[in-house]
Design a protein around this ligand. Structure first.
Ligand code: DHB
Length: 309
């Protein structure tokens, strides 16, 4: 089977969408809900609806994608209304949220706490595309201060964090030391490789328009960095903090690698764009074939089972 346990819940597959791609409308979310994905996450919601950055803002690349969407979304109320209307009040689903300041983040969480959403909150500390707003998790002091307030004020929320990629053991140590101080339920690594750049060979121009062409890189380019971040955090975080692995998943082998590094759920974003929900049928089959050939009875048995000398 592909059974995986996550935050005391049991899922029939570890696969889900990554926040951002094909998850902005109730129609998108209904397709996911009726798919073979084990769960789904919403587009990152902000307190009020946003149109996002203007112009051509997402482009496929030879080995992945670049985007500078700018958090286009229908606003927190829309996603809360959708989730709480589900039969189980969204108990097994993920609501991704972000704010533009500490006060804004806390206001978002206050609205969630005042609702009867029964699921999991994914706090996005890593959107790379808002002009003037850095990826919060690169500011360790600000992240520590925010989490202190979050868990003091909203101890009832089941909350994990979507992290940007880190590239140095010192930074893995720093973020893990902060997260280990709080009752954070899980980490999701990684968000886009922030502020990459691509020159379109047809036009000699940047591949996307916002922010002068700088944008978050996803897809194949991200996979080794995703594996490194999941592995590094799995080694450093408390055992009761789960990992979601995200970055460069195109095949069952990619899913399996993230599981070996410590992920108990795995998200697919760039590749989900062109393929749509049938990608979950394909990845489930490819992952099941690998687990069977390796002798694992389910996903949970394989989590963290990297072979190390
Ligand atoms: C957005 C883009 C991302 O790549 C991301 O990780 C988060 C948010 C966005 O611009 O909407």
């Amino acid at each position: 089977t592909l059974t995986t346990k996550f935050l005391g819940r049991t899922y029939s597959s570890p696969l889900m969408n990554g926040a951002g791609v094909r998850c902005s409308t109730a129609g998108d979310l209904e397709k996911l809900r009726h798919s073979s994905a084990g769960s789904f996450v919403t587009k990152t919601a902000t307190l009020t609806p946003r149109a996002g950055n203007p112009g051509h803002r997402m482009s496929p690349l030879p080995y992945g994608s670049i985007n500078s969407m700018g958090l286009p979304n229908k606003g927190l109320t829309y996603y809360l209304d959708y989730l709480t209307a589900l039969p189980d009040h969204g108990a097994n689903n993920f609501l991704s949220v972000a704010g533009f300041s500490e006060a804004d983040q806390l206001a978002v969480l206050a609205q969630i706490a005042a609702n009867d959403f029964a699921g999991i909150v994914e706090l996005n500390l890593s959107c790379p595309n808002i002009p003037g707003h850095p990826q919060l998790a690169y500011d360790f002091d600000a992240t520590d201060a925010l989490l202190d307030k979050v868990f003091t004020r909203f101890p009832q929320l089941e909350l994990g964090v979507k992290l940007p990629p880190f590239f140095d053991p010192i930074h893995f140590d720093a973020i893990a030391r902060i997260l280990n101080q709080y009752p954070v339920k899980y980490t999701n690594s990684i968000n886009s490789l922030g502020n990459g750049f691509f020159v379109d060979p047809q036009t000699d121009a940047p591949a996307i328009e916002p922010k002068g062409g700088f944008g978050g890189i996803g897809g194949g380019y991200a996979k080794p960095t995703a594996l490194a971040n999941v592995r590094a955090l799995h080694e450093r975080l408390r055992d009761d903090i789960a990992q979601i692995g995200t970055g460069g998943v195109q095949t069952g082998r990619d899913v399996y690698d993230l599981i070996l590094c410590g992920a108990s759920m795995v998200q697919v974003a760039t590749a989900f764009g062109p393929e749509g929900v049938p990608i979950f049928d394909r990845l489930n089959q490819e992952l099941q074939d690998i687990l069977t050939s390796k002798g694992y009875a389910d996903v949970t048995s394989a989590v963290g089972q990297l072979h190390v000398a």
